[in-house]
Design a protein around this ligand. Structure first.
Ligand SMILES: NC(=O)C1=CN([C@@H]2O[C@H](COP(=O)(O)OP(=O)(O)OC[C@H]3O[C@@H](n4cnc5c(N)ncnc54)[C@H](OP(=O)(O)O)[C@@H]3O)[C@@H](O)[C@H]2O)C=CC1
Ligand SMILES: O=CC(=O)O
Length: 322
């Protein structure tokens, strides 16, 4: 049986006091329950498909939209219905989730012609799971809330396997009543959920986490390149790391891909580079020096230039090879 451990951070309580009045919705939201609530899901990518499959398995009705309609096939086979535009998805569902590539895609789906904002209305909610910056999230929140609907940003920590296993970690912010209304679906898709406060807090937390993720992977790639150049076995290096204080699940997962130089995408390299780019912009805006992340970003840019954009992020190793 799927494990659904749920925790709410202690900072939730701190922020609750601060945002409870500013985020009061115009219309009371009802709790999303299987068999009673139609959910929408936009973006049938690496994350969107397994997340939707888990919602269907839990008994929710789900209406999906994807720009390339063929990518809806696996969820349609499991019982999902298809909308022809994000607007239709928002009209047919009460709570609409989306997981899209980047800020441009997220704004286009939410605010563009036939976008979510043109179909959503009071009593409904939009939950954007895409990893974007706080500015993008605020642009989307403004458009959604101008319709009377509610908005929650909910980027996730976790990759393809946690999405399949319902073990993602939600980093949410925005309308707290919407967070409460969609606790059921969030618990189906994740093992933990945090409500972090006003719009932007979830986006910033995700960027901080992924800045570290990207820097760690780039550092591992360099260590593995140096080991190899020194005539050492990369597999031996991974074993040594696994036994000491630097052991971590990410090295254990991505290290073998580097040894094999085989990078089937779980977290596409282009998305990791986008996250570093957005984290660096956040650092710039706050006057926070980020020299390690800046160097890591260059490594991902080099790997992209070597044709690895759609490979897994572990392909940053290719930037070390000349
Ligand atoms: N994969 C992972 O491990 C994780 C990813 N994330 C984040 O989640 C988000 C989604 O990731 P992932 O599922 O891997 O990404 P994918 O690249 O697999 O999927 C991206 C989705 O965005 C859609 N899309 C892109 N541009 C547009 C557009 N202009 N209009 C409409 N739809 C568009 C794609 O549609 P189409 O199929 O038509 O191209 C596709 O459905 C990203 O922000 C990523 O950074 C966060 C945590 C983990
Ligand atoms: O965003 C990627 C992840 O693994 O988390």
């Amino acid at each position: 049986m799927m494990t659904q451990r749920t925790q709410t951070s202690s900072c939730t309580l701190r922020y609750k006091q601060r945002f409870v009045t500013s985020c009061r919705p115009l219309v009371t939201l009802s709790s999303a329950a299987p068999g009673k609530t139609t959910l929408g899901f936009v973006g049938m990518g690496i994350l969107g498909v397994p997340m939707t499959l888990n919602l269907l398995k839990a008994g929710y009705e789900v209406v999906v939209y994807n720009r390339n309609i063929q990518k809806t096939d696996p969820v349609v086979a499991a019982g999902a219905q298809v909308a022809t535009t994000p607007r239709e998805c928002a009209q047919r569902a009460q709570y609409i989730f989306a997981t899209l590539s980047d800020p441009q895609a997220a704004i286009s789906v939410a605010n563009g012609p036939d976008g979510i904002a043109s179909g959503i209305s009071a009593g409904k909610g939009y939950i954007d799971i895409s990893t974007v910056d706080a500015e993008t999230s605020n642009i989307i929140a403004t458009a959604i809330k101008s319709t009377g609907a509610s908005f929650l940003e909910a980027p996730v920590s976790g990759s393809k396997a946690p999405a399949e296993q319902g073990k993602l970690i939600f980093l949410t912010a925005g309308d707290e009543e919407l967070f409460k209304a969609v606790e059921g679906p969030l618990d189906v898709m994740g093992k933990a959920k945090y409500y972090l406060g006003g719009v932007g807090s979830g986006a910033n937390m995700k960027l901080v986490v992924n800045m570290l993720n990207g820097s760690m992977m780039a550092a591992l790639a360099e260590a593995m390149a140096l080991a190899d150049k020194s005539g050492l076995s990369q597999a031996d290096l991974l074993e040594v790391l696994s036994l000491g204080a630097m052991a971590n699940p990410m090295f254990a997962l991505k290290g073998p891909a580097v040894v094999e130089r085989s990078y089937p995408p779980a977290f596409p390299l282009k998305h990791q580079q986008k996250d570093l780019r957005l984290a660096l912009a956040l650092g710039d805006s706050l006057g926070q020096p980020l020299p390690v992340a800046a160097a890591a970003n260059e490594a991902y840019k080099m790997a992209k230039a070597k044709g690895q954009a759609n490979s897994d992020m572990a392909a940053v190793y290719e930037a070390t090879q000349h």
